[in-house]
Write a new protein. Structure first.
Length: 154
């Protein structure tokens, strides 16, 4: 058994020899000098049992991926619902505005005489404002005449 252990420590054993070592240490007939190595080989045996059973090395990774997928699905579903509500709100607002649209008053008159009177009033208002603006410009005319006399422009 010492030769087999020596081969094991050097990494030269075959699978059959390693199986023989595990069997030796799992049996109740282990010599006292080899008792130190018993826990090492019993650990290997426990790992072997765990791997053969329901052990899934990627269980946590799969669970995390599953949670990520659920989060993404939930996020997309929420965005789709929000987009639907936004679209519904926009269509409703457009429909509401269309229903409550008022025709603007274009200032139409019933008779031609009313239209002529309104046009005359507007023209008179424009004339008054224009003449008032021209009277405010009168001091500039006198200034222009004085400037022309000084510089001999005329």
């Amino acid at each position: 058994m010492n030769d087999l252990l020596e081969k094991y420590w050097n990494g030269e054993t075959t699978l059959v020899e390693e199986q023989e070592l595990r069997g030796y240490f799992s049996s109740g007939k282990v010599s006292p000098e080899h008792e130190v190595y018993r826990s090492l080989f019993s650990t290997f045996e426990l790992e072997q049992v765990m791997e053969e059973g329901d052990f899934d090395a990627f269980a946590k990774v799969k669970q995390k991926q599953s949670l990520d997928n659920q989060f993404q699905k939930r996020t997309w579903k929420g965005l789709a619902i929000a987009a639907g509500f936004s679209l519904l709100l926009a269509v409703g607002a457009g429909y509401y505005q269309e229903q409550h649209k008022t025709q603007p008053d274009l200032g139409t008159y019933e008779t031609p005489e009313e239209a002529r009177a309104a046009a005359m009033n507007m023209l008179e208002l424009v004339s008054v404002k224009l003449n008032k603006g021209r009277s405010n410009m009168q001091p500039l005319q006198t200034l222009d005449n004085k400037t022309a006399a000084v510089f001999n422009l005329k």
